[in-house]
Design a protein around this ligand. Sequence first.
Ligand code: GRG
Length: 293
Amino acid sequence: MDASLFQSRHEAFIEQAESSLRLLTPASTTRPERLHEAMRYSLEAGGKRLRPVLCLASAAAFAPQADAAHAATALECIHTYSLIHDDLPCMDDSDLRRGRPSCHKSFDEATALLAGDALQPLAFELLATGYASRPTLATALVRELALAAGSKLLVGGQTEDMDGQENDADRIEFILLGKTAAMLSASFAMGAMVGGASAVDVEHFRLAGRASGIAFQLVDDLLDLTADADQLGKPVGADAENGKSTYVDMHGIGATKERIEALTIETVGHLRATKGDTAFLVELVRRMSARRT
Ligand code: GRG
C-alpha cells in the first residue's frame, strides 16, 4: 500500500478511536468526579491506540460501514486498566506512562486502583449495549474479550511475570502470549466479527493477531535494550532492572529478529488467506515489526 494512503487511513482510524473514547466513556464531571477524572486521564493520555485501530481496521476489511466503535473502545478500556494496574507500586512500580506521570502518581494509589477496576466492567457494558440489537454478536464479543483479559491470558501472563520464579522458555512463551498477544488477537478477531466475517476468517484474524502480538512484544523487548526513555515515553532497561529474563536474553538479538520476521510472514499469510481487504492491516503489521518507538 502506498505510504501516503496508509498514513491517511491510519490517522483516520486513530481519530475514530479517540473520538469514540471521548463519546462512549463517562465524562470527568460524572460523579464521583475524581474517579472519572482518573479514568479519562489514563484513557486520554495518548498511546498508539493499536488495539482500537486493529479492531476498526479489521471490521473495515470486511464491511466498510460496520460500526466497530464500541468494540474498539472496550479493547482500549481493558488495555488502559492493565497499564494503570501494571504501574502500581505492588506491580511494576512505574512513575511514567505514555510520556506523563502514571495514574497513581497524578492521583493516588487507591484512585488508580479503582479507575482500573471501573474500566473493566465499562468494557463489557460497552459491548452489551453497543451490540444489543445483535445478541449473538454481543455474546461472541464479550466471550472473546473476557477470555483474552482473563486468568489464563492477560492476568495469567502478568501473574507468571510477577511471581518471582525464574523464567524458562515455556514461561516466556506463556507470558508473551498472555500479556501482549491475547489482546492483539482479540482486537483482530473482534473487528472481523463486527465486520461479519465467516468463522474461518475470524479464526485467521485471531491467529494473525496472536502472531503479530508476539512479534510486537519481541520488538518491545529489543527496544527496551536499545531505545531511550524520551523516545519511548516510559522508562527503559526495566526488564534488566527487574532481573526478569526475556526472549532476547534467552535466544539473543539475532534469533529474536529472525523470529519477528517469521511471525510477520505468518501474520500476513493469515490475513491474505481471508476474503477481507487486508492491504491496510498488512502494511500496519509490517510497520509494527519495524517500529523504533
Ligand atoms: C495488570 C492484569 C495486568 C496486566 C498488565 C500491560 C501489562 C499487563 C503490562 C505492561 C508491560 C508490558 C510490556 C505489557 C505487554 C503489553 C504491552 C506491550 C503493553 C504496551 O502496549 P502499547 O505499546 O502501549 O500498545 P500504548 O501506550 O501505546 O497503548
